[in-house]
Design a protein around this ligand. Structure first.
Ligand SMILES: NC(=O)c1ccc[n+]([C@@H]2O[C@H](COP(=O)([O-])OP(=O)(O)OC[C@H]3O[C@@H](n4cnc5c(N)ncnc54)[C@H](O)[C@@H]3O)[C@@H](O)[C@H]2O)c1
Length: 268
């Protein structure tokens, strides 16, 4: 059920690969809340064709963009502004890619060329999107930007590999740019640190099923689903959260502040 929380708002959603994607779930919820959308993903991901199904459901154009390309990001923002006839009110950055994980490289033996690419796609791309949007005056006053993170930015999860460093950088970019965009245009920028979810990106982490089960048992409320995450993002895009910026917001059923649970002790 919708509450018209985003009525009249326009936004860009990065990262809907298939129906399990957090971005996919979020696009559906934003549409339900009355927002107008532009969808985007890397050209290689779009070749699978799934995103066109979502585009039909939410009545949005799809504009390809590899976030590691300045040219693609500029083109995306130009075309989105043409489509909307002006600026946007929100942006979702729901992008992650670890080349070293893909190539099976252990954290202690990563390839630095791959690492530079992973950090660029997963973290500095947020800077690139924000810098381009600022230059082109693409985000309206009091706009809201959300990027997705994971608690491996603060605590060690050995198999999360270089993505832990990427998430730490992503959270830092969100804070630093949040300052500058806040002062300039009242644009707020936050990261949401989400529970593990079975998606394509999530399943790339070694031992992911055990990881999901452990988090479930360590969270007083259980793991937050992709749909729960979509609801939280809608709230962050709405005017209900207009004074929240530069935060890393844990959306994890209480996992981040739990030392141990009876469920875990009983398993020992
Ligand atoms: N699934 C989880 O357990 C979990 C938990 C916490 C945070 N997150 C984060 O949520 C975000 C979304 O991931 P997801 O779980 O929905 O998985 P997903 O695989 O559905 O989404 C990842 C997206 O990143 C896109 N992408 C990769 N390289 C790109 C590039 N060069 N340019 C543009 N897009 C590119 C992919 O095409 C894909 O759509 C990621 O930042 C991920 O790290 C996921």
């Amino acid at each position: 059920m919708g509450y018209n929380l985003l009525k009249g708002k326009k936004g860009i959603i990065f990262g809907a690969l298939d129906e399990r994607s957090i971005a996919w779930r979020t696009a559906l919820r934003c549409h339900e809340e009355g927002a107008e959308l532009v969808l985007t993903n890397a050209p290689v991901a779009m070749r699978m064709g799934e995103i066109n199904k979502l585009a039909d459901m939410v009545n949005a154009p799809v504009i390809p963009c590899d976030v590691s390309s300045n040219e693609d990001v500029t083109n995306l923002i130009t075309k989105s502004m043409e489509h909307f006839g002006g600026g946007v009110d929100f942006i979702l950055h729901s992008i992650g890619m670890s080349i070293n994980v893909r190539k099976g490289k252990h954290y202690t033996e990563i390839d630095y060329g791959f690492n530079a690419k992973s950090l660029d796609i997963s973290a500095m791309s947020l800077h690139r999107v924000l810098a381009t949007a600022m230059k082109m005056e693409a985000i309206n006053d009091w706009g809201s930007v959300v990027a997705l993170s994971y608690i491996a930015a603060q605590r060690v999860f050995p198999d999360y590999n270089e993505m832990a460093d990427a998430k730490a950088l992503l959270e830092s970019v969100s804070r630093s740019f949040g300052y500058h965009y806040g002062v300039k245009k009242h644009v707020r920028i936050n990261t949401i640190s989400q529970s593990p979810v079975r998606t394509t990106a999530g399943s790339g982490v070694k031992g992911f099923d055990g990881f999901v089960e452990y988090a479930e048992k360590m969270s007083p409320l259980g793991n937050a689903s992709a749909d729960d995450c979509a609801n939280y993002i809608v709230m962050m895009f709405s005017d209900m959260s207009r004074m929240v910026t530069m935060q890393n917001l844990f959306h994890d059923g209480g996992f981040s502040f739990t030392g141990v649970t009876e469920a875990v002790i009983n398993k020992m």
